[in-house]
Design a protein around this ligand. Structure first.
Ligand code: PMP
Length: 467
């Protein structure tokens, strides 16, 4: 990796220097402190030269010297870093009351109502603080309601860092984690028609028909797991999946896949849990939620959400139906010290208002269409781009060593993100099970100029690397 990176030393920096921040401590000093005080397994971006943030504003981050960077990484800061209206809503509520949900607050119920107005078919919300907590709660809800124990997850899936959600995450337990796959977790093939088990057939069918056929094969795989589990006198409480798999490889399941899976899962007495922690609140443009992408009437039993909803303020939630929520915990109530506190709810209400007032669904869709055109052109020019997948402001560029074999090119992905940072002031991340997928998931205020800047820089980097 470093050889490739060194080879890129000929780029000249194009990042204008802004005013330096007042804190006189050096980055080296802070990094040493971090090494001394923070757990060594705590992940960090750009580990050879970590990025220190001095401030952030909308789609831009500023490093310790005040240099400005275009941020294509931060999907959490959904409507823009430090959006003044979110900051205002949070600070106002912080100085009014921070009481937990054992006290009645207008923020809690207003927030729940607004979330539910985007999720037809669901009528109840429970609040938590992180995506992991929301998925853990979703599993417990499904178990208490169905009286089953098992779960089906998708290959490469990531659902969170707490023990139960690690147990639901092949992204962790297949990659050297001390948490291993328990007997109650069953892994279904990832519905990835590019690199997965069932790919688009090479025949006379239309693309739509090919996608449908592959989707059917993938949903049949889930049916087979359900039959097998039942034959062993076990029961599936929940099928867990992201509507569009993000960490697991930026995968968009074929149309009708979830609808078919839901009919199999429900026949076996299980629930459909859709993890929208990365994809919710309008990121995909066309719709508020990624599971609504196909307009096919598919309604999950439980939807979990997190990251973007507080624009950086910790908050998450589980939306479901009343009868499922009522089954939770037997005689034991649900209490979560910070979940649903009025400051968190004020943040969510404010984010949802901005999404509406600033037409961010329409904007994200329009930007996604522009990005797709530009990336398809780039793909024609660069053999190393095996596939591009995405919708709205949620894209993956799948880098390969060879288009025929589709062998992932992790080295190239890493060298590319380092060069984009160093020479173009653009922050991008690589992810997926082989860390070969460049991810573009910026704050939704990302604009047409930002798209052109990113794609042009990517073009130059790949050209200079002869790829
Ligand atoms: N689900 C998905 C799909 C995620 O991407 C993540 C975080 N990357 C989580 C759950 C866990 O969320 P958190 O880190 O807020 O616990």
């Amino acid at each position: 990796m470093s050889t490739l990176v060194n080879a890129l030393g000929f780029f000249t920096s194009s990042t204008p220097a802004a005013a330096a921040t007042k804190d006189v401590r050096s980055k080296e000093e802070i990094l040493k402190k971090r090494k001394d005080t923070i757990g060594s397994k705590c992940q960090i971006f750009y580990s050879d030269d970590p990025f220190m943030v001095s401030r952030a504003s909308m789609q831009y981050l500023y490093d310790e010297k005040g240099n400005k960077f275009l941020d294509c990484i931060s999907n959490v800061q959904h409507v823009g870093h430090c959006h003044p209206k979110v900051v205002d809503a949070i600070t106002k509520q912080l100085s009014t009351s921070t009481c937990n949900v054992r006290f009645v607050s207008t923020q809690l119920t207003d927030c729940a109502e607004q979330i539910l107005s985007t999720l037809p078919g669901l009528d109840t919300v429970l609040f938590c603080n992180s995506g992991s907590e929301a998925n853990d709660l979703a599993l417990r809800l499904a178990r208490d309601y169905t009286k089953h124990k098992d779960a089906i997850v998708i290959e490469h899936a990531y659902h969170g860092h707490v023990t139960t959600t690690m147990e639901l995450s092949p992204y962790k337990f297949d990659h050297g984690s001390t948490v291993s796959q328990p007997e109650w977790v069953h892994v279904a093939p990832c519905p990835d028609v590019f690199r997965g088990k069932h790919r688009l057939a090479d025949n006379e069918l239309t693309d739509e028909e090919k996608l449908y056929a592959a989707g059917k094969q993938y949903s049949d795989d889930v049916k087979n797991i359900l039959d097998d589990v039942e034959s062993r006198e076990r029961g599936v409480a929940a099928y867990f999946a992201e509507a569009l798999q993000s960490c697991g490889g930026q995968v968009i399941p074929p149309k009708d896949y979830f609808k078919d899976v839901a009919s199999h899962v429900r026949k076996h007495g299980g629930l459909m849990v859709i993890d929208e922690v990365q994809t919710g609140f309008g990121r995909i443009g066309r719709k508020y939620w990624a599971h609504q992408l196909y307009d096919d009437g598919f309604i999950p039993d439980i939807v979990t959400m997190g990251k973007p909803m507080g624009n950086g303020f910790p908050v998450s939630a589980v939306a479901t139906r009343k009868e499922i929520a009522d089954a939770l915990g037997g005689e034991v109530g649900y209490f979560n010290t910070y979940g649903g506190n009025p400051v968190a709810c004020a943040a969510v209400i404010s984010v949802m208002k901005i999404v509406k007032d600033e037409n961010l669904l329409e904007h994200s869709q329009a930007m996604g269409e522009k990005l797709e055109v530009a990336l398809r052109d780039l793909q024609k020019k660069h053999e190393c781009i095996g596939d591009i997948r995405g919708v709205g402001l949620f894209w993956g560029i799948d880098l390969v060593k060879d288009r025929q074999t589709r062998e992932p090119d992790q080295k190239l992905a890493i060298a590319t993100i380092l060069a984009l940072r160093k020479s173009f002031g653009i922050l991008l991340n690589a992810d997926g099970p082989y860390t070969n997928i460049l991810k573009i998931k910026p704050p939704l205020c990302f604009n047409s100029d930002n798209i052109m800047e990113t794609v042009t820089a990517l073009d130059q980097v790949l050209t200079l690397m002869n790829r």
